[in-house]
Design a protein around this ligand. Structure first.
Ligand code: HEC
Length: 114
């Protein structure tokens, strides 16, 4: 089967467009990759150790980082209880009521206010 030259040129040009657009995507990816910090641990927020820390780490860092706790002022136990209950009931964090109590004790210990 024989195709007219103009059709061959059209197909060839089409291929060139596709190939060159692929190369652009690749270049963008390379740019993004180089802007990621080399050591993610350097920007991780580490909170002090106290009873309940394990429970906190297991249940409170799946949706957001510990920075959310660091950003808060020192709060009374009532306020921490309200926040933990909101995470559990409104946002659907899957932890038990006994874990919630442990976590509140932990938060009061590290960021509590009389
Ligand atoms: C199911 C996902 C999820 C889990 C698990 C979770 N959170 Fe949150 N948290 C959220 C969302 C969503 C917000 C609101 C984010 C926003 O407003 O930008 C939030 C916000 C917060 C804030 C900011 C203040 C506020 O009241 O909005 C604090 C403090 C906080 N979470 C603490 C906790 C603690 C402590 C735990 C563990 C008991 C926890 N979170 C577990 C989803 C979660």
């Amino acid at each position: 089967m024989k195709y007219p030259t103009s059709m061959m040129v059209a197909i060839f040009s089409f291929c060139i467009v596709i190939i060159s657009s692929c190369k652009e995507v690749g270049d963008d990816t390379a740019t993004i990759a180089t802007t990621v910090p080399a050591n993610l641990n350097a920007i991780e927020t580490i909170l002090p150790d106290a009873p309940g820390y394990t429970s906190f780490k297991m249940n409170c860092m799946s949706c957001h980082s510990a920075r959310y706790i660091k950003m808060q002022p020192n709060l009374p136990e009532k306020a921490w209880t309200a926040i933990v209950t909101k995470m559990q009931k409104s946002f659907g964090a899957p932890f038990s009521d006994s874990s919630a109590r442990e976590i509140v004790q932990y938060l009061v210990a590290i960021k509590g206010k009389k």
